[in-house]
Design a protein around this ligand. Sequence first.
Ligand code: ADP
Ligand code: MG
Length: 670
Amino acid sequence: MKFMDKLTKSPRLNTLLRQMGIYSFYDVVYHLPRRYDNYNLTKDYDLEDKQRVVLLGDVISLPKLNKGSRASLITFDFMDINKKFFRVIAYNRPYLLKTLNINERYTIIGSYDKKRNEVDLINLTKGEIEKERALKPVYSLPSDYPNHLFASLAKRSLEEVSGHIYSLVPAYFRKKYRLIDKETALRYAHEPKNYEEIRQSLRHLKYEEALTFSLKNQLIREANRSLSKVKKEPIGLDICEPFINTLPFKLTNDQRQACEEIIEDMNQSSLMYRLLQGDVGSGKTLVSFICLYANHLRGDQGALMAPTDALARQHFENAKKLFEGTKIKIALLVGSTKTAEKRMIYEDIEDGTIDIVIGTHALFAKAVKYSSLGLVVIDEQHRFGVNQRIALANKGEHADMLMMSATPIPRSLALTLYGDLEISTLTSFPSTKRDVKTAIVDSNDERIYTMIEHSLKENRQVYIIAPLIDYREDERYSVEQLFARFALKYPGKVGLLHGKMNIEDKENALNRFYSGEVPILVTTSVIEVGIDVKPANLMVIYDASNFGLASLHQLRGRIGRDGSHAVCLLTHDDLSNEEDIERLNILVNSEDGFEIAEADLKNRGPGELAGLKQSGMPNFAYLNVIDDFKIFVVARDDATFILKNKTEPGFTYLVDRVSREINEDDLKKG
Ligand code: ADP
Ligand code: MG
């Protein structure tokens, strides 16, 4: 295998590649384009406003820099081959000043502004483009990694790995679905001659992904079926009533029903594998506490795993309060727990002194040995891998599993994705009714400040959310810049919290916000998961169209949690951007998490290769769980067929390979 240092001649680019997790020619080849720019020239000259145009012509004036307050703007004049004249404007591309040559020929793509006869530049390339090359791949890259350089690295990489690319799809199914071979599929993805080649490429990659995903799930299920638990005396919700009566509020009907379903499942001799889904604030935590209580009554230990230290801590504090009147011993185990304390907790878990342990991944570190683990609750399940269950099984733990998620997955989809997963749903909210109003405002709207001041006057708390952008950092809304902006305006009142801070600083920031000492928190979507600060009644989300709708919905679930009136402001730089505003309006008009999740998934345009990173679904590289639903269904049945015939020579490679992957996933978690 050829590694990194040899990938490109530039040490700078090599560093960038490393940062992207690209170490070999294989990694390059599997870094597929995010989209394609179509450079086929616009034929019809009856241009409409906002139309996307592709023009071939010459740059006829030196590019000029107009430095505005917001971003650099470069303009130049352009005469196309039919002697039509355009002014071209380009935002944030200072390098054009050096690279554009006057009187040289370029092909440009842009959006046409009819009133001004201007082209807002999207992309450009030198010279004329052959028809066969008109679809140019656009990759997700750091802003200082030029796209065309990655494209040529991809071309070179394809040559390097040629002859060494194998499909995981067995020949039988490749033939059945007339899939092109894998190497060709990858080549078509990077260098398509036309849309049909992209389609053929995706057919292979998507099916392969769906098939391995289904097979993995089914293998895990098979392994889990063979596990069973020691049969216990059946328990019922009735024996939990004395505890339920001590709770500060009455259970909603949905909560009660979910508890019944879960406990019923815990009574079975096979292991429980259940998803508890319910919108943010529907009260899932309480349900899990009651089940942990029931599990304690049957004599077993329980564990509750959360994705972040902060959330684990919050659950721990809650649990301490709710279980105060019981004999239950609870411990908190997170990454930052001091070593000496950890060791003591390990001992107490092993000898059964601790009944319920709450924490993060640390709960399943190799050193942790449970004396009798009966129930594992995984909060915000979508933040973890799909294979947590097998990870536990491999540790010798035969525990029931309850996963909780605020991302609503339509039932049919969940069943196809997860197979034998059982589902309980909380659709109603606890008595405290939510009153959160959502509005879209211009990023510079002064009313943002008025509203913040209003909240502060009422002793309320405010979240300011910065968009989390992978590569394309827009400096104006980076979490640091927003912090600076607000800290200047409200000295001493603003806290900062983001993923790159160290644990102590994070905790500090969070505690000061919890206590109300610092009433404004500037943060990223890290707070999306479960944070519960009751007095918070205002949230300003900057550059909101950068988020998935489901994420935005979860974010705004953080405010108005005590039932009082709350406002969520979604900001955008350009309120005339109809597409973005229309999408954001879905949130303004709906509070139904299911509806929003579905709208979100449907909204992702076809041909977009990026995965569904924010949607809470498993992360697929090529598949879109809504659009490609049929592929999932087919692949699921094919996986079943393969497992039934797994000793067939044509299938053994795939089955071995996927089994190995499952084990490797576990090792990574260990
Ligand atoms: P989520 O489903 O988003 O995890 P939580 O479990 O955090 O929701 O619950 C949201 C809030 O509602 C918490 O403050 C919790 O104490 C409160 N809560 C839960 N159940 C009830 C209930 N039956 N009546 C009133 N408040 C409740
Ligand atoms: Mg929660």
